[in-house]
Write a protein of this length. Structure first.
Length: 302
């Protein structure tokens, strides 16, 4: 088993959660692995809109589009082991509140992980040996019982540790965790064979490429990929329009000092984000099915 450890170093203090209106909507594209083993997401960042004057700190922010791009390509089970072993005599309220925010972030990963992300929580000081075995570092040993606050990301025979979490590095936690997930998944590529194409996919490909005898395997694959990108563009534009609507609701709720409507707008955005991810997965699956059908029609090679 290979293991790499990423320590957190002190930087500027934690930033408040960004409001919905600061969200950068990202246009997704999907690139098919040559073996048909899986789908990798790539994205293009659009210029961000100017942030509004009101600031919102009440509700946790949704996961970033970059994180969704990582979760989109997770095809194997990933376990995130969360070690929050804190001595109440040496860790104050600020440390415990930070631990709770980390827990909330992990819950959002699990919610958006399409059943592939599982969180294992270790909360008792008796779990110290397990924490050490997973590469989590002890702290506060000079003040009392050793404490541990860290993560281990495990997929197959690969493991990465975020060995020492700190509020000072909280703004970077999501991106570091997502990169760790991406690395352990990439080190365990799926090896399942490409299934036989379904009749519906075969018919769709025949309609999209009616002159298939004059089109090479690579050319047809590219045509299907471009078709898929067009569908993804349409889906993303639809989402952008809905995000603008929700931003308007959020800003109006802020102006009216309505916590209830503000919370409803945030929940509406989080549901929109979840539905968007489901749709992207459907489009990715459709592209994979059509590529498989095209390969079958062309005899797998030319």
């Amino acid at each position: 088993m290979t293991q790499s450890t990423s320590d957190y170093k002190a930087v500027a203090g934690p930033k408040p959660a960004a409001p919905i209106s600061r969200v950068r909507v990202v246009v997704f594209g999907l690139a098919l692995f040559a073996t048909g083993a899986g789908v990798s997401a790539w994205y293009f960042m659009r210029p961000p809109a100017a942030p509004p004057t009101p600031q919102v700190n009440a509700a946790p922010a949704a996961l970033s589009e970059a994180t969704l791009a990582v979760l989109l390509q997770v095809g194997l089970p990933v376990e995130i082991r969360f070690y929050s072993l804190l001595d109440s005599n040496t860790v104050g309220d600020n440390g415990r509140e930070f631990s709770r925010r980390v827990d909330d972030l992990l819950s959002r990963y699990e919610q958006m992980g399409n059943g592939k992300i599982k969180i294992a929580r270790f909360l008792s000081l008796s779990d110290a040996n397990a924490a050490l075995a997973d590469g989590v570092k002890a702290f506060n040993m000079d003040k009392g019982d050793a404490c541990y606050l860290g993560l281990a990301v495990v997929c197959g025979n690969q493991k990465e540790a975020l060995s020492s979490l700190s509020p000072d590095w909280e703004p970077a936690l999501e991106s570091d965790l997502s990169r760790a997930i991406g690395r352990v998944v990439a080190a365990n590529p799926p090896v399942a064979p490409v299934p036989a194409a379904k009749p519906a996919s075969l018919e769709a490909v025949k309609q999209l490429i009616p002159n298939r005898d004059a089109v090479s395997l690579d050319q047809g694959t590219q045509l299907l990929h471009v078709q898929s990108l067009g569908e993804i563009q349409t889906e993303t534009e639809t989402m952008e329009a809905r995000v603008k609507e929700i931003e308007g609701k959020l800003l109006q709720a802020q102006a009216d000092h309505s916590d209830e409507r503000e919370d409803a707008a945030r929940k509406e955005y989080q549901k929109l984000q979840a539905d968007h991810l489901v749709k992207l997965r459907q489009l990715a699956a459709n592209e994979q099915a059509q590529i498989s059908a095209w390969q079958q029609l062309k005899g797998g090679s030319q």
